[in-house]
Design a protein around this ligand. Structure first.
Ligand code: FES
Ligand code: FES
Length: 182
């Protein structure tokens, strides 16, 4: 069954007709020509399709487009534009400065995931390695992001080459440079 939906993609309203079984990833890539999110596994295992959906990170291969009529989608390509200045997002700048950019397949998802996880930590969301679930000012106080937290929160984004060191450095630089800058 076909449905006409509207998505706000990287700040631009886009309408598209999709089958009810079309994933958000396929709607973006195949129907709208937005190729920043990549199809790595198409199975929720690699993170290369990560986008920000209504401000939270989402694996675009694991959700149906029809469920998101009217929603905001931000891809790695639009991170700068949706901040209003059209320039690079601080996370993208940190990836460049720390040599964290890798291949075109995993990097867009890594960048979106980093932006999303910084916001999650800033909002006080714990991860599996967060030791103190009731820090001062809980429940909404930011979770401090040490390397263990960064690795755990980025663990859904895989790189077959295993070159993660500079990604951790890039996220650490973003946290250090400007807490809450995501
Ligand atoms: S393509 Fe979506 S998680 Fe791999
Ligand atoms: S550099 Fe992209 S998968 Fe390793």
């Amino acid at each position: 069954m076909e449905h006409r939906i509207t998505l706000r993609v990287d700040g631009t309203e886009r309408s598209v007709t999709v089958d009810s079984r079309t994933t958000l990833l396929d709607a973006l890539r195949e129907r709208l020509g937005v190729t920043s999110p990549k199809k790595g596994c198409d199975h929720g295992q690699c993170g290369s399709c990560t986008v920000l959906l209504e401000g939270r990170r989402q694996l675009a291969c694991l959700t149906f487009a029809v469920a998101h009529d009217g929603d905001r989608v931000v891809t790695a390509q639009g991170l700068g534009e949706v901040r209003g200045d059209g320039g690079l997002h601080p996370v993208q700048r940190a990836f460049i400065e720390q040599d964290g950019f890798q291949c075109g397949y995993c990097t867009p998802g890594q960048v979106c995931s980093a932006v999303g996880m910084l916001d999650e930590a800033e909002a006080g969301h714990p991860s599996h390695v967060t030791r103190d679930l009731m820090p001062p000012g809980a429940p909404d106080s930011p979770v401090p992001l040490d390397d263990e937290e960064i690795r755990e929160r980025m663990s859904g984004n895989l790189c077959r080459c295993g070159a993660y060191v500079n990604i951790v450095a890039a996220v650490r630089q973003t946290v250090t440079a400007s807490p809450g800058a995501s």
